[in-house]
Design a protein around this ligand. Structure first.
Ligand code: PLP
Length: 363
C-alpha cells in the first residue's frame, strides 16, 4: 500500500524491517530497545548517534543544542514562550493556517507578554497564500518571532525560507511537516522544532534545535521539565526520553544518509510535488487546488473535486486500491496527499493513475 497520512506517516520499509529484526535482540544485547534502560550505555549510544546524524544531515552549527523531547509540537507552542519571553512585553506570531492559528491561540497562556498577530493569512488570503516575510509586522523589541514554515492542513509552504534582517529578534520555526525535506540554513533560526511523526519517525519524540545564547533567557522559575536548560544540562536525560521513537528516528537518519541526504531528498520531493500538481492542474478543472502556485506545499498536497460526495467516494475508492489515508483534514474536507521523504515517486504515480481513472468514471 501507499500511505498518504499526514502523520503519523509512512516510514521507509527498510527502517521498519531493521526495527523488526532487532525487536527482540538489539545488537546482541538480548534486549529490545523498547525495554532497555534509558540510562544504559547502549541507549546513550543510540541517542548520541541520532543527534550526530541529525547534525550531519541538517549541518547544525556547534553553537546549537539538540534535544529530543516529549509533548509533540503542540507543547512547543507554549514551551518557547515559557523559556524565551520572560521579561519581554511582546511576542510576534505569524498566522498562516490551521496550526499557527492554534499556536497563536495557545501562546498567550502562562505569559504576561502580548502575543502580537504579526501577519494574518486568513484575513489576507483565506489561507490560500502566505504573507511575505517583508510584510510581517514585527518589532525589534519582541522576545521572538514565531511561524510555521509548512502548514500541514492548508497545504501551504514558504518556498523561500523566511529570513529576518540583522538586529531582529530570533526566528522560531515549527518545522514539523517539512524538516529534512530540503536544505535550510539552521543559523537563520533561533529555534527549530518538529514533532517526529511526519517526516522523521513515530510520534512521541519532538526535536528541538536551540541557539545556545538563547538559553541565558531560561529562568529558574520554569519547572525543570519545561526548562530547555535543565534538559540540556542533563544531556537530554532530565526525565525518561521517548526511547523507542528516538531509536526509530535514528534509523531514519541513517536511511536518509544512505539516500544521499537532504539535498537528494529535496530533488525527489520537488519532482513528486511537481508531478502531482501538474496532474491536478491538467485535469481540466475536475480536481482543484486553490493555493497560490508560489505557496503550494511540496509535502502536503490538498485537492478536491468541489463536490463533497465525490470527494468522499474518492477517499473510499482509493483505499480499495491501496492508496491509503487520502481524506482531507476534518475541518477542510477534500483530499490531502502527504508526500513526505519516505513516499516514493511510484506512490505519487499510482495516485495519479487512480485520479485519472476516477475522473474518467465520474468526470
Ligand atoms: N505543527 C504542525 C505544523 C503540525 O502539522 C502539527 C500536527 O499535525 C502540529 C504542530 C501538532 O503536533 P503534535 O500533534 O505533535 O502536537
Amino acid at each position: 500500500i501507499y500511505n498518504f497520512s499526514a502523520g503519523p506517516a509512512v516510514l521507509p520499509e527498510s527502517v521498519l524491517r531493521t526495527a523488526q529484526s532487532e525487536m527482540f535482540d538489539y545488537n546482541g544485547t538480548g534486549f529490545s530497545v523498547m525495554t532497555m534502560s534509558h540510562r544504559s550505555d547502549v541507549f546513550a549510544s543510540i541517542l548520541y548517534h541520532a543527534e550526530q546524524d541529525l547534525r550531519q544531515l541538517m549541518d547544525i552549527p556547534s553553537n546549537y543544542k539538540v534535544l529530543f523531547l516529549q509533548g509533540g509540537a503542540s507543547a512547543q507552542f507554549n514551551q518557547v514562550v515559557m523559556n524565551f519571553a520572560d521579561g519581554f512585553k511582546r511576542v510576534d506570531s505569524v498566522v498562516t493556517g490551521n496550526w499557527s492559528e492554534i499556536a497563536h491561540s495557545q501562546m498567550g497562556k502562562l505569559t504576561d507578554a502580548q502575543i502580537h498577530l504579526a501577519a494574518d493569512g486568513k484575513r489576507d488570503y483565506n489561507y490560500t497564500n502566505l504573507p511575505p516575510v517583508q510584510n510581517w509586522d514585527i518589532s525589534k523589541d519582541s522576545a521572538f518571532v514565531h511561524f510555521i514554515i509548512n502548514e500541514t492542513v492548508h497545504g501551504l509552504q514558504y518556498r523561500e525560507v523566511p529570513k529576518l534582517e540583522d538586529g531582529m529578534p530570533p526566528l522560531i520555526c515549527d518545522m514539523s511537516s517539512e524538516i529534512l525535506s530540503r536544505k535550510i540554513n539552521v543559523s537563520d533560526f533561533g529555534v527549530i522544532y518538529a514533532g517526529a511523526q511526519k517526516n522523521i519517525g513515530p510520534s512521541g519524540a519532538t526535536i528541538v534545535i536551540i541557539r545556545e545564547d538563547l538559553l541565558d533567557r531560561c529562568s529558574d522559575r520554569i519547572p525543570d521539565v519545561w526548562n530547555y536548560k535543565s534538559h540540556i544540562q542533563r544531556q537530554g536525560m532530565y526525565n525518561t526520553p521517548a526511547t523507542y521513537p528516538i531509536y526509530i528516528s535514528g534509523l531514519v537518519f541513517r536511511w536518509l544518509q544512505s539516500q544521499g541526504g537532504v539535498a537528494q531528498m529535496e530533488t525527489i520531493n520537488t519532482l513528486k510535488a511537481k508531478t502531482l500538481y501538474a496532474a491536478i492542474d491538467g485535469s481540466g478543472g475536475f480536481y482543484k487546488n486553490h493555493v497560490h502556485p508560489g505557496a503550494r506545499s511540496k509535502m502536503n498536497v490538498i485537492f478536491s473535486t468541489g463536490n463533497a460526495e465525490l470527494d468522499e467516494l474518492f477517499a473510499q475508492e482509493s483505499t480499495t486500491r491501496g492508496l491509503q489515508l487520502l481524506r482531507g483534514y476534518k475541518s477542510l474536507g477534500g483530499m490531502r496527499a502527504s508526500i513526505y521523504n519516505a513516499m516514493p515517486l511510484q506512490g505519487v504515480e499510482a495516485l495519479i493513475d487512480f485520479m485519472k481513472e476516477f475522473q474518467k468514471r465520474y468526470g
